[in-house]
Design a protein around this ligand. Structure first.
Ligand code: GLA
Length: 715
């Protein structure tokens, strides 16, 4: 809901979870409040308190600006900044007008929250000297608030946008912690929580992808905030490229939280008459701790963001041949694995890297997307048909954004990659990146994907991206636009994804970037699932999946049973443990099924059946974290709640001598109802939540799990 008090010039964006209050004061747009829901936004008294405390101070440095700009008294992070034609970087924005739209307009060319019925508030601010106009759009949707900026140059001179933060808001609580998800390849999205003091806590990506190192998500919480209680203020950027997120504690003790394009790599030249739209940010406030926050993100991403027809469909159980064969396979080997998969009841075979060009290792052939007839002598169609005849669907791996220097495509178009004249072209995994900002490159990818997907019964695509940008400059842009290359790439990528996903609505797309190097809401808009990490070890996955769940729903996470010893860390675990971790995500296998022991075959088949029975709960249920695997914890636990069923998943890393039966406390149950587990034990909801369940169920060895379904009893 959006309430507007025209006399006081107060804009109140609210629902039952939060309020966000803006006020126009002396022509400036103030961010007066963001926090628990207010019945009335009668906050004018706060404005009176905004004044310098000493003669040395300037009023602006104390003012909670909604769009802070540098150079006129605000000494914090700017949200908006332009370099003007005369070279100075002063941008003085004055509020002009508002518009209330009865719907949420599309954000053309960029992924965004879709909620046609939600009202949108648009505020217009102008720099009257230069003619720069900023329209800030806000929509209250699904428990969160979206914000984006649209710049127009109404002046006669060109200017260059240097700062374009999609969101920037002041949190006036003091002594806060910052929370975010950091990592690296194969250890993505580890939970970080640390106090912030006066100064700037910032993290970013300059990689041209959201990246393994940091996720485009930042939150503040009080030191007492837990999974279930306390306040959290958070922001997520619906974007898959470079970004900057920061929490800046100012001299006032207030914290400015912001997220948006990264000024280090993103600038945009705005000619007279031109317009530029930023990506959309999603702001989520919770007074019910981190689980409360995650529930809102999961709901918005599932109900208002992901556009795939597969979003709410049961996701197929798949077998991927990557860790089974790597590049070394033949048609017969693939069919052998597929036959074993069919016997287990697996639904989809995914042929990973190595099926095209001369691709026998990662040194060549990206760009040459025609079948490698030495490995697959009868072609893709024949292979796909044989797999379909076994009762499985067929899926295929692509890495369309890339080009190997050793490829026919590179020999034909050596200037199609990102590069800078006279500089070496830095290779990563022996490959370069195509300049997706170029229309002819976009069209090449669109045509290639359309042709390949039409050439055989292909039901699934794994869309990979296995290196980050270097020399992120373009052969087709003029010097003054070179800093647009990264964002133009993203716009090109989104255009390509839009075209292909629209043309093949029945194909299930899974995003991947060396595992979870582009696990973000931007990709989730087009593709309902992402390969969570190249690390498939069950113990490592506890942290990766737990951390990922802070923002993204389990229905977005790919999770597979791989071989033991594990290929990334060498750990030996039972298939039971590996399967219990994988069943929380989009379940699959990633090992040579034709070589399973008889015992593992039985376990694998049992998992396939169990996942078919449980996936309504795991993919459609509400996910709640119970025990964190971080901070040295030996345990992890979470649950899914769906209608009258609760799926409890508990894990113990190492066995303990003389163990103390730690308890797991379930959540979100009906206190007065009774719940029966699969072993036939019945407990009241109140007992499970308040007295807890002693975790005596773990077998006596390392790396163990316990998964059971509680069903609420009728009457
Ligand atoms: C990336 C992916 C893997 C696999 C390989 C193939 O690393 O994350 O799952 O597809 O590429 O080269």
């Amino acid at each position: 809901m959006i309430h507007i008090d025209q006399t006081k010039q107060i804009f109140h964006l609210t629902d039952s979870h939060f309020s966000y209050v803006l006020k126009v004061h002396q022509g400036k747009l103030l961010n007066l409040y963001w926090g628990a829901a207010l019945a009335h936004a009668d906050l004018d008294y706060l404005v009176e308190a905004i004044r310098p405390g000493a003669s040395f101070e300037l009023t602006e440095q104390r003012t909670p600006l909604e769009l802070p700009t540098m150079g006129t008294g605000w000494y914090g992070m700017p949200a908006v900044q332009a370099q003007n034609a005369d070279g100075n970087t002063l941008t003085a924005l004055t509020y002009r007008s508002y518009r209330l739209l009865p719907h949420k307009p599309d954000l053309p060319g960029l992924p965004h929250v879709v909620d046609p019925a939600a009202e949108t508030l648009q505020l217009q601010l102008i720099d009257s000297l230069t003619g720069l106009e900023v329209i800030v759009s806000y929509t209250v949707s699904g428990g969160g608030l979206t914000r984006s900026l649209s710049f127009s140059n109404h002046g006669t001179q060109p200017l260059t946008l240097t700062h374009m933060a999609s969101a920037s808001a002041t949190v006036s609580a003091q002594g806060l912690d910052v929370i975010h998800l950091r990592g690296a390849h194969a250890r993505e999205r580890q939970l970080v929580r640390t106090p912030v003091g006066q100064g700037t806590y910032a993290f970013d990506s300059q990689r041209g992808a959201s990246g393994h190192e940091h996720n485009p998500f930042v939150a503040l919480a009080t030191p007492h905030t837990t999974e279930d209680s306390g306040q959290v203020w958070s922001m997520n950027l619906i974007y898959s490229g470079s970004f900057l997120a920061s929490a800046q504690v100012r001299e006032t003790g207030d914290t400015v939280l912001s997220i948006g394009l990264n000024p280090a790599v993103h600038q945009w030249r705005l000619e007279s008459g031109a317009q530029f739209d930023t990506p959309e940010a999603l702001l989520v406030y919770s007074s019910q701790g981190f689980n409360g926050m995650s529930h809102i993100y999961h709901h918005i991403f599932r109900e208002h963001l992901c556009q795939s027809p597969w979003n709410h469909r049961p996701r197929p159980i798949l077998i991927n041949n990557w860790e089974a064969t790597y590049f070394n396979f033949t048609e017969e080997k693939i069919l052998q694995i597929a036959r074993a998969a069919a016997q287990l009841g697996i639904e989809l075979f995914v042929l990973d890297d190595g099926w095209f060009g001369q691709r026998d290792d990662d040194h060549r052939s990206l760009g040459d997307w025609y079948v490698n007839t030495r490995k697959l002598p009868h072609g893709l169609k024949h292979l796909a048909e044989q797999i379909e005849a076994l009762g499985l669907r067929f899926g295929l791996w692509f890495e369309p954004e890339m080009i190997s220097p050793n490829s026919d495509l590179y020999r034909a178009h050596p200037d199609w990659c990102l590069h800078a004249p006279g500089r070496p072209r830095t290779e990563g995994r022996h490959q370069l990146i195509l300049d997706l900002g170029r229309p002819e490159v976009q069209q090449f990818i669109i045509n290639m994907m359309k042709e390949t997907l039409s050439s055989a019964p292909i039901s699934y695509v794994k869309w990979d991206m296995n290196r980050n940008m270097t020399e992120a400059f373009s052969a087709v842009l003029p010097p003054e636009r070179q800093m647009e290359t990264q964002h133009r790439y993203m716009l090109g990528l989104y255009h390509v994804l839009e075209e292909i996903t629209q043309a093949f609505p029945e194909v299930l797309f899974e995003s991947c970037a060396g595992g979870g190097g582009r696990f973000d809401a931007g990709m989730l808009y087009y593709m309902p699932q992402t390969w969570t990490s190249d690390n498939t070890d069950a113990i490592e996955r506890l942290g990766i999946q737990y951390g990922t769940s802070l923002v993204y729903p389990p229905s977005a996470m790919g999770a597979h049973i791989s071989a033991s010893p594990n290929h990334q860390v060498g750990r030996v675990t039972t298939m039971q443990m590996r399967g219990d971790v994988a069943l929380s995500g989009n379940f699959g296998f990633e090992l040579d099924l034709s070589r399973l022991s008889a015992e593992d075959r039985v376990t694998a088949k049992a998992f396939v059946n169990r996942v078919k029975a449980l996936r309504t709960i795991t993919q459609g249920g509400m996910f709640t974290r119970l025990i964190s695997p971080f901070e040295g914890s030996n345990y992890a636990a979470w649950q899914f709640t769906y209608e009258d069923q609760v799926l409890l998943c508990c894990f113990r890393k190492l066995n303990e001598p003389n163990p103390v039966p730690h308890r797991v406390y379930l959540k979100d149950l009906d206190e007065h109802a009774f719940y029966r587990d699969e072993a036939g034990h019945t407990y009241s909801g109140a007992a499970l939540m308040h007295a807890g369940l002693p975790m005596t169920f773990f077998p006596q060895h390392d790396f163990t799990s316990y998964v059971t379904v509680f069903t609420q009893q009728k009457g």
